[in-house]
Design a protein. Structure first.
Length: 201
């Protein structure tokens, strides 16, 4: 190995060791691939899929409707000075069904993600959460009628190859009506080929 390559390898080893030490010493949480911190500056593409439910409530807390959708998204996770971060480049909701439906007969409920990409950062636990800043979901009918646009910060819990939306995961708010949207459910994480688990520590 020539001197230049040896130097680069040494720098990579130092960065890797620093991430591992931070994960063990209570530093900012980092992303792990198969239990090992992803090397600093290495971008790892992650695909997700699952099913989520969006509970719409009036400002008083009274339920309005419950919308269940399939979800697929694309993320680029990495570790750096702030710990684990992510850029969510795609967040697609399909097959949405509202109970009760707020849309007229012959139309279907749609939920559209706006303002992508969304940036995220891991926050210390327990449990460790993935804070999604600037999340913005528009609920509308397929005839183009907009029911509401809900935005805010979501912070699902990071499990073993899954993001879990539940208690403590944050709420989205409709600025005009004051209505609240709570996201519930799970989103499974899948890394590149050969990567069995994506977690955080």
């Amino acid at each position: 190995m020539n001197r230049k390559l040896f130097g680069l390898a040494a720098l990579a080893l130092v960065a890797f060791s620093a991430l591992a030490a931070a994960a063990q010493a209570g530093g900012p949480p980092v992303w792990l691939s198969d239990g090992v911190p992803i090397p600093a500056g290495t971008v790892e593409p992650v695909a997700t899929s699952g099913r989520i439910t969006i509970e719409l409530r009036a400002p008083t807390g009274a339920p309005i409707t419950s919308i269940t959708c399939k979800v697929k998204d694309e993320d680029n996770i990495q570790n750096g000075p702030r710990g684990g971060t992510d850029e969510m480049t795609e967040f697609t909701l399909s097959g949405c069904k509202g109970k009760p439906s707020l849309c007229p007969k012959g139309t279907v409920t749609e939920v559209i993600a706006l303002g992508l990409p969304w940036s995220t950062v891991l926050s210390p636990g327990p449990p460790i959460r993935d804070q999604i800043f600037g999340a913005k979901l528009q609920v509308r009918c397929s005839n183009g009628v907009v029911i509401g646009t809900y935005e805010g910060t979501l912070q699902p819990e990071v499990g073993v190859s899954v993001l879990i939306f539940g208690a403590g995961s944050g709420l989205l708010t409709e600025s005009k009506s004051g209505e609240i949207a709570e996201v519930l459910g799970s989103d499974k994480l899948k890394g590149p080929k050969g990567d069995k688990t994506i977690t955080a520590a």
